[in-house]
Write a protein that binds this ligand. Structure first.
Ligand code: ZN
Ligand code: ZN
Ligand code: FE
Length: 753
C-alpha cells in the first residue's frame, strides 16, 4: 500500500525529515518526505502492516523538539518506487508551519564540543537537528538554510556530507557549520581595535581582570562582568544606568548554581530545561557574588549556558559572570552589530563578536519556582514563538496589542496564539519601533493578517494608539483585569466562568479610576466586578508609583485619619507629609486606585523598607523577601467583609503592631497572611454566591509566592479548584494572550462588527 501523510505542528527545524528517513530505512518503507508551508508531507509505500507501524512510530518516536499537533493520512495508488528520499521544499500555499524556538546545546553536541579529537572541538557555533538557533535566525518560511542568516556561510565538503547523510545527526540541520565554513569570533576593544589571539580566551581574561564585556549571543547582545568582582559589576551598573534592579548570572553548571543559591529540585530541573530560562533562587549567605549584582535582594537570577559560545566562555572564565541585556536602561536589547557597537561602546570595555547575523531579538526568559510550582515571569527566548493553545479557535485572525509595561503582543489564528518575545516597556520611540517591526515579522512568519485587533482600555498607552490607528480591522477594547483573568483561563485551557482574582500594579478600569485589587466573575466573553480593595488616592499620580511613602500617606489617611503618631514614615517625610495628605484629600492630581500593588508599596514604606523605588515592583519584591522567613500569624479581617471591607482593618492592625514595636519582618508576614486570608474569604464567598467552583489568580502581584502559596492552600482547603499561570506570566507580559482570547470569544459570539 501507499499512504500520504501530513504532519502539522512544530515539525520544521527540529530534525523531523531526517527522523522520517531513519524510520523509513528501519522499516524498509519506500517513498519521500518534504517540507512545505503547512508542515511536513510524506508518502510511504510498503506492506500494509509495515506502513501502519511506520505511521504509529511517527508520533511515538518523534524528535525531542517536535510538537505534532495534527497527523492525517490518505490512501494513494502504489508506484512500485524503491528507496526513500528527501524532496525539495515546496512553497506557495498558505503558511501554517510553525517555527521552533531557539534551543539549548544538546548533550551530543556538548560531548563533541569538549572532545579534542572532534573537528568542532571548542567551536562556539556547534549545533545539530536537536539543538541550536532557530527563531532568531529565520527570515521566512518554509524553514530552510536559504531563509536563515546561515545562508551567508556555504557549507564545506565535510559539513555538506553530514547534511546529506540520512544516518547523520546533522542530516538537514539547517544551521550546520564548522570552523572551516561557519561563523567565527572576533574580539574588539571599545576603541575598535581588533585583538589577536583566541577571542574567547581574551574575553575570559578581560572578564577575570574586571572589565565589562559585550557578548553577542543568540537573541541579542549581553553585557558581562565577573560576578564576584564588585568594581566591575558596579561599573556596569553605573554605565548602564541601572540602579538596583538585579542582574542575571550565568553559572557553568548545576554545581556552580548550588554554590551560589539554595536550589530545590524544581529550580534545578527548570534551569536544565532546554529553554534555559533565568531562574530566581534564594541566594546563599556565603555566595561569592558582589553586592552590586542584586542590591538589597535575597535572590539571585541564575542561568546555565545555552549556546556553545556560552559553554566555552563559562569554562574559560571559570567563575560565575553577570550576563544582562545589552542596552541602556529601558531601551530594547541590541542585536544589530552596528547599532550594538554604537550603543554599547560607552558601557563595554571590549566586544566579543561573531559574524552570524541575528535576524530578530529575543531576550532571556525568566521564571521563579516555589515548592511544587513555578511562576513564569517573562516568556521569551526558548519559549516564543511556540504557540499557546486557545480554549476555542479564533474565527478570524486576531492581533492583541498588550499593555505598556513588560509588553508583548500576540497573533492568534485558529487555535494558535503566537506570543512575541519580551519587547519591554512601551514608553519610548525605540521600543515602539521594535514593537511595530516585531508585529510585521510575526505576520509574515505565521501568515496572519489580523482582522480583529484587541487592545487595553487605557487611552494613553502607545499600544492602544497603535491599535486604533490600524485601518480595515475591527477594534476590541478589553478591560485590563478581565484580560489578566482571561490570560489565566487560556493558559489553563479553560473557558470559565470563574471567580477571578486580579491583583496588579495599575490597570484602567471601566469607571475611569485605576483598578488593581479586583474580584471579577469572568469568562472569556465578559466580566462583572463584584468586589475590590478600597480605592484610595494616589497623591501626585505617577510620583506615587516612584515614591511608596506617598501611598503610605494615602492609606494611613484612609485608615487612621489624623491619628498618625509614633510612625517612623511620618517622621522621615515630615517636610512633605501634610502637603501630600492635603493633595490626596483634594483629589487634585490624585487619581483613585484599588491597586493591590500600591497597597504593598504603602506597607513597605510603613515598615521602613523604602520610601522610593528605582524600578517597578521593587518595594513589593523586598517586602515579600522580608516576609519569607514565615510564620502563620495574620492580621485579622472581619468575616464577610470582602476585599472592600478588608483594607482598613488590615492597615489598622498593622499600624497598631508597628506602634507596639513589632519587628518589620513580623509585620511583613502578618500583612501577607492577612491579605491572603481576606482574599481567600472574598473569593470563597463569591464562589458560593455565584455557584462557581473554580478560581483564577492573575496579575503581577501573584509573582509573590508568599502570597500565592497561602491563597492557594486556603482556596484548596475550601474545596475550590485554583487556576494559576504556567505558560505565560501573571504580569502584563502575559496580558496579550487574555486580550486575544477575549477578542476571539466575542468574535465567535458575533459581537465584533
Ligand atoms: Zn545538538
Ligand atoms: Zn564546515
Ligand atoms: Fe496588569
Amino acid at each position: 500500500m501507499r499512504t500520504r501523510i501530513r504532519v502539522e505542528g512544530i515539525v520544521q527545524g527540529v530534525g523531523f525529515r531526517p527522523f522520517v528517513c531513519g524510520l523509513a530505512a528501519e522499516h524498509g518503507v519506500a517513498g519521500f518526505v518534504g517540507n512545505d508551508e503547512a508542515g511536513v508531507f510524506i508518502e510511504a509505500e510498503g506492506p500494509l502492516s509495515t506502513v501502519d507501524t511506520f505511521v504509529g512510530d511517527l508520533r511515538r518516536r518523534a524528535p525531542v523538539l517536535a510538537v505534532i499537533e495534527r497527523l492525517r493520512t490518505s490512501r494513494r495508488r502504489p508506484t512500485g518506487q524503491s528507496g526513500f528520499r528527501i524532496v525539495a521544499s515546496a512553497g506557495g500555499g498558505a503558511r501554517r508551519a510553525l517555527v521552533s524556538p531557539d534551543m539549548a546545546t544538546c548533550a551530543d553536541c556538548l560531548a563533541e564540543l569538549w572532545n579534542p579529537a572532534d573537528r568542532r572541538y571548542r567551536y562556539p557555533f556547534i549545533n545539530c537537528t536537536n539543538c541550536g538557533p532557530r527563531y532568531t535566525i529565520v527570515t521566512d518560511v518554509p524553514y530552510d538554510r536559504a531563509v536563515t542568516t546561515m545562508r551567508d556561510f556555504p557549507m564545506c565538503a565535510a559539513c555538506a556530507h553530514e547534511y546529506a547523510d540520512p544516518t547523520d545527526r546533522r542530516f538537514h540541520a539547517e544551521p550546520v557549520c564548522c570552523p572551516a565554513c561557519g561563523p567565527s569570533l572576533r574580539f574588539v576593544s571599545a576603541a575598535g581595535a581588533s585583538l589577536g589571539g583566541d577571542p574567547l580566551d581574551t574575553a575570559a581574561a578581560w572578564l577575570r581582570d574586571g572589565q565589562v564585556i559585550a557578548v553577542k549571543g543568540l537573541g541579542g547582545y549581553h553585557l558581562a562582568a565577573l560576578a564576584s568582582h564588585e568594581p566591575a559589576v558596579a561599573a556596569l551598573r553605573l554605565r548602564k544606568h541601572r540602579e538596583e534592579k538585579p542582574f542575571a548570572v550565568m553559572v557553568a553548571d548545576l554545581a556552580a548554581a548550588r554554590a551560589l543559591a539554595h536550589c530545590d529540585d524544581m529550580a534545578l530541573s527548570t534551569m536544565e530545561d532546554p529553554r534555559r530560562p533565568v531562574v530566581l533562587v534564594p541566594r546563599r549567605s556565603d555566595a561569592a557574588v558582589a553586592l552590586s549584582v542584586a542590591p538589597r535582594n535575597g535572590q539571585l537570577g541564575l542561568m546555565l549556558p545555552y549556546t556553545p559560545l556560552h559553554h566555552v566562555l563559562a569554562a574559560a572564565v571559570a567563575g560565575p559572570f553577570v550576563l544582562t541585556s545589552g542596552n541602556v536602561s529601558d531601551e530594547p536589547i541590541a542585536y544589530d552589530d552596528r547599532d550594538a557597537l554604537d550603543r554599547l561602546s560607552r558601557i563595554a570595555d571590549g566586544f566579543l563578536l561573531h559574524d552570524r547575523r541575528i535576524h530578530v531579538r529575543a531576550d532571556d526568559s525568566v521564571v521563579r519556582t516555589y515548592p511544587g510550582g513555578l511562576v513564569p515571569l517573562r516568556r521569551s527566548r526558548g519559549a516564543s514563538p511556540a504557540p499557546v493553545e486557545l480554549p476555542s479557535p479564533a474565527p478570524r485572525p486576531v492581533l492583541a496589542c498588550g499593555a505598556e509595561l513588560k509588553n508583548t503582543f500576540c497573533l492568534a489564528k485558529g487555535r494558535h496564539a503566537f506570543l512575541s518575545p519580551h519587547i519591554g516597556d512601551l514608553k519610548n520611540a525605540e521600543t515602539l519601533r521594535s514593537y511595530a517591526c516585531g508585529i510585521a515579522h510575526f505576520s509574515r512568519l505565521f501568515d496572519v493578517v489580523p482582522a480583529v485587533v484587541a487592545h487595553d482600555l487605557h487611552p494613553d498607552y502607545l499600544s492602544t494608539t497603535y491599535a486604533r490607528e490600524l485601518e480595515g480591522v475591527a477594534a476590541v477594547g478589553v478591560q485590563h483585569h478581565h484580560a489578566h483573568i482571561a490570560a489565566c483561563l487560556a493558559d489553563n485551557g479553560y473557558a470559565g466562568p470563574v471567580v477571578g482574582v486580579a491583583f496588579d500594579g495599575l490597570g484602567y478600569g471601566t469607571d475611569g479610576t485605576i483598578w488593581g485589587g479586583e474580584l471579577l466573575i469572568a469568562d472569556l466573553l465578559d466580566f462583572r466586578r463584584v468586589d475590590h480593595l478600597t480605592p484610595v488616592p494616589m497623591p501626585g499620580g505617577p510620583a506615587a508609583v516612584r515614591e511608596p511613602w506617598r501611598m503610605a500617606a494615602a492609606y494611613l489617611d484612609h485608615a487612621c485619619g489624623d491619628d498618625i503618631h509614633g510612625l517612623a514614615v511620618v517622621r522621615r517625610q515630615a517636610a512633605r507629609w501634610a502637603d501630600v495628605v492635603r493633595l490626596s484629600r483634594t483629589g487634585l492630581a490624585s487619581p483613585l486606585t484599588s491597586s493591590a500593588g500600591r497597597l504593598f508599596d504603602a506597607v513597605a514604606a510603613i515598615v521602613g523598607l523604602r520610601d522610593a523605588v528605582t524600578y517597578e515592583g521593587q518595594a513589593a519584591v523586598e517586602l515579600e523577601q522580608l516576609a519569607a522567613a514565615g510564620c502563620r500569624d495574620a492580621y485579622p479581617v472581619p468575616a464577610g467583609a470582602g476585599l472592600r471591607g478588608a483594607t482598613r482593618p488590615l492597615v489598622w492592625a498593622m499600624v497598631d503592631d508597628v506602634r507596639r514595636g513589632a519587628p518589620p519582618d513580623v509585620v511583613a508576614v502578618r500583612f501577607h497572611n492577612g491579605l491572603a486570608d481576606a482574599t481567600v474569604a472574598a473569593a470563597r464567598d463569591a464562589a458560593s454566591q455565584e455557584g462557581l467552583s473554580v478560581v483564577a489568580l492573575s496579575g503581577g502581584v501573584f509573582q509573590n509566592v508568599v502570597l500565592l502559596q497561602r491563597v492557594l492552600s486556603g482556596l484548596a482547603a475550601a474545596g475550590l479548584r485554583v487556576l494559576v499561570h504556567r505558560q505565560v506570566p501573571p504580569n502584563d507580559g502575559g496580558l496579550c494572550l487574555g486580550q486575544a482570547a477575549v477578542a476571539a470569544a466575542r468574535d465567535r459570539a458575533g459581537l465584533v462588527p
